[in-house]
Ligand binder design. Sequence first.
Ligand SMILES: NC(=O)c1ccc[n+]([C@@H]2O[C@H](COP(=O)([O-])OP(=O)(O)OC[C@H]3O[C@@H](n4cnc5c(N)ncnc54)[C@H](O)[C@@H]3O)[C@@H](O)[C@H]2O)c1
Length: 309
Amino acid sequence: MHVLVTGGAGYVGTLLVNRLIDRGDEVTVLDSLLHKSPSLLQHFINPKFRFVEGDVRDADNVKDALEGTDAVVHLAAIVGAPGCEAEPRLAEEVNHHAVELLISLAGSDRALIYASTGSNYGAVDGLCTEETPLNPLSHYGVTKTAGELAMIESGQAICYRFATAFGLSPRMRLDLLINDFTYQAVKNRQLVVYENWARRTFIHVRDMAESFIFALDNYDRMKGEVFNVGSDDMNATKKEVAELINGKVGGFLWFADIGSDPDKRDYEVSYEKISGYGFSTSVGLEAGIDELIDGYKMIRISNPFSNMA
Ligand SMILES: NC(=O)c1ccc[n+]([C@@H]2O[C@H](COP(=O)([O-])OP(=O)(O)OC[C@H]3O[C@@H](n4cnc5c(N)ncnc54)[C@H](O)[C@@H]3O)[C@@H](O)[C@H]2O)c1
């Protein structure tokens, strides 16, 4: 199979590309290298890998990248609420309009897999299923929801609403909750947590990559459907996560009302639908956090406000 991965140089994409190459697929990546990440360097010696440096908003770049491909995993996005609030028009163009462009250029024969997000739900009372109405609150959620609706209307996409990712990847993201908490605990020996009662849901980044492999292999029976992707075992409050990390690392743990989540995520999510199709995650919270604690030895970002070396 020849798979186009848009945003393939990103946090999730890098691990997905590794996985696709390992199993012998041909891979094209379209990425604008927004974060200047060299995470795919190792693949340039592989004749089955092609990199198109370009923009998903540019029709010529998209046509070039689609050449010869059978399926598209669409990851390219302005991710997270802060990034989208900082550049709202860019977020609308990339997260919404570029999705419509991709659908129109992909034609009706290609499999489309879309990386959507649990942020689309907004604040939810009770158990959140795929039938729960979408009520995005942040600009990130609003633009990702618009992209998702376009994908659903195309009739040829599988839409995945992911839990919050965590874990090591060659293109690291330190803004994600568990990655951030663990980083603060390891590097600063203190962790300050707001809204500690909020119930969140998590998925390891390798399991996200694996879920795309599952979608590619099961496209015909999953096509046209929306799935929450995560694990029923990985719903936890921020307090529980912080205490788990703190128990491993030590240092100070403070709970303080110093902020709030723009997406107002405080919900328990059901993953019954995707598990009914046969997909389950394999990396638990503890194992993923242990890897982070180890892996952060290789990440050194100087903190001008820290008096610790
Ligand atoms: N990480 C999570 O917790 C999470 C959760 C739910 C959904 N998602 C979704 O998964 C996808 C991947 O997220 P990620 O965590 O890997 O983010 P990331 O920022 O690491 O990766 C996004 C990639 O898209 C590229 N990109 C951005 N704008 C582009 C443009 N105009 N043209 C071409 N490339 C562009 C960036 O260079 C980057 O490599 C996103 O669609 C995100 O909304 C992520």
